[in-house]
Design a protein around this ligand. Structure first.
Ligand SMILES: [Zn+2]
Length: 263
């Protein structure tokens, strides 16, 4: 079976259930006030960067297997009311994948206003309790800097998906760059510098590696998967693969240009 398709995602979910993992939405996690490391909990977060409809097959697979996930949508890029309502009806959490600081080109006051407006728009459709930054690779701005000079996040929110996570109690893996391994194809979607984390976390590359890991782990998992990377059809799979290849090499070039400019 091909990696990074909906059928493989189902296998991943089945492996979680078979290993006795229970799901936790991000809101559940923030409300729990922290987890013991070996609680066998999994947080499934999906950042909907493009093609919102592609989230629905994954959401149905999770629902069928009794897992609840957290879907974060961009406003307006992936703000699709029908999709958002369906995700909420399937029992999943919907949150905000914000990018207001890169949109305002770093202008903080405008970014905060934009954040409040976008959040209000999303809240006309569903409850929103958690947010995550969208890491625009082409921009030098880190959207998490929106919280700079603030003591924490408010706006009726429970937490930010990167900043408020205790990485000492979860093993974190993201599919960014079409690999679960942290590396050069991943500019921002990793554990923020300076945050404490589990040392010597197992390295996994493919989804099969991750499935093997799940079978022998008891530690909590925090998994981030972008629905556009997990298509149902073989045609969609080939297209997603080509896009990832192009994006990955674009990111390598962007990294090189950062290095040259900051030298
Ligand atoms: Zn994103």
């Amino acid at each position: 079976m091909r990696d990074f398709c909906a059928a493989k995602y189902r296998r991943l979910c089945v492996a979680l259930v078979d290993a006795g993992y229970q799901s936790l939405t991000l809101a559940d996690y923030f409300q729990s006030g922290g987890l013991p490391l070996e609680a066998r909990r999994v947080i499934l977060r999906h950042d909907i960067d493009r093609f919102p409809g592609m989230a629905i097959p994954l959401a149905r697979i999770e629902r069928e297997l009794g897992l609840r996930a957290t879907y974060h949508v961009r406003v307006p890029a992936t703000f699709n009311p029908a999709v958002i309502r369906t995700l909420a009806e399937l029992g999943h959490e919907v949150g905000f994948h914000y990018e207001n600081l890169s949109k305002s080109r770093g202008e903080l006051v405008r970014a905060r206003q934009g954040f409040a407006d976008d959040l209000a728009q999303l809240r006309t459709l569903c409850e929103v309790k958690t947010v995550s930054m969208h890491g625009s690779p082409a921009s030098r701005i880190d959207n998490r800097d929106l919280w700079r000079s603030r003591s924490g996040i408010d706006d009726g929110l429970l937490g930010e998906a990167y900043l408020d996570m205790d990485y000492r109690t979860v093993l974190y893996y993201s599919d960014t760059g079409r690999t679960w391994q942290e590396g050069r194809f991943n500019i921002r979607d990793h554990i923020p510098d300076g945050q404490s984390r589990i040392t010597g976390a197992p390295v996994v590359r493919t989804t099969d590696d991750l499935i093997d890991l799940i079978a022998r782990e008891g530690r909590n998992l925090y998994l981030v998967a972008h629905p556009e990377r997990w298509p149902v059809s073989p045609g969609g799979w080939a297209l997603a693969g080509l896009k990832d290849l192009a994006f990955n090499w674009a990111k390598v070039l962007i990294r090189k240009s950062y290095a040259i400019r900051t030298r």
